[in-house]
Design a protein around this ligand. Sequence first.
Ligand SMILES: [Ca+2]
Ligand SMILES: [Ca+2]
Length: 358
Amino acid sequence: MNLKKLLVILVLLLAIPLTLILVEKVLELRKSAYFSKASIILQSNEEKLALGGEMGLNIFFNSETKKISAAKISFKYDNQKLSFLGERVLADQNLPFTETIEIDHNGSEGLIKITKIAKSSTGNLKYGVSLFSRLVFEGLSAGNANIEVAGVELVGFNENLNETTPDVAFEVGGDKVFPVEITSQTGEMIKIKILSRIEGVANAKVDQIPAVLKVGRGLEVVKTFDNTALRVFPDGTVSLEKELYDLPAGSDYFFLLKPENALQRKICQNNQDGQCRLRGGEIVLVLGEENLINSAGYGIEMGDLNADRVADSLDFSIIKRSLPNQDLSADLDLNGAVNSRDIILFLNTLSNRYEDLL
Ligand SMILES: [Ca+2]
Ligand SMILES: [Ca+2]
């Protein structure tokens, strides 16, 4: 055996184990890539869908470990109760999935298939939550229906592998059924706009605050909206707009409005200028046009910070505690600071102290 042959054998002996080690490493990475997970999120702003009304359903992906570059999704919907109006993505939404390759809709089977890719290059793709599409449906007949994700195939890139081409689909978790309730009364939608103001607010730095709105008739509460919001204007005026379904038009309505950190207000008539705790509702609601209820003459009083329905020493201790660290959850006049102004406002509220009940 000459020297040349010996060298070749030596090189081979060294190279083979090294190659095996490298292959093993790549497979290890591959394994984690193949088993990457993403979840799908179905979300809509509408609580209920009125007969003949429209509902937009947003479809999001959430992928922590890989950047999603393309997806094929199929949806199944109840075609007896819902009609698919199409994909309608708002122009100002920053969408990674810019190109729709295909929408295949079969109305008689209630099946929609969408294929999309991201226009961005691998480097510009994002981790985390990204909007895939917004589908719009119309309510065809009353009852409960589902919109279900029937199949998902996601395609991702793995930076660790310096991939330039997408790899295969990976596991998709998340809630893939979206329940829809279609309300029965055709066109029975009552639009309301409540106008009021918050006492002692003259330089508000926030533009909305959370609120609970209850709708009552006579002396009973008939509907509760836990997650609504008051629009706040700098001078302290506030407004709340809401569409009410499943309620008959007519007289004797009232509202209970409890903004965050405030005492609840009972609004039982238009242009009300004082409390009406013991009175029944006197508001008339009509269909079609906007029902404007002005309650600015009986302003909202801030002060119930712990939401126990009374403004008292417990709330005062929360304000005191928030002074040194400027915890803005105690910023009663919404001016962006916790200081003596909030204490003065609170002391004014103490003259009333109890919130309006039924
Ligand atoms: Ca309280
Ligand atoms: Ca303040």
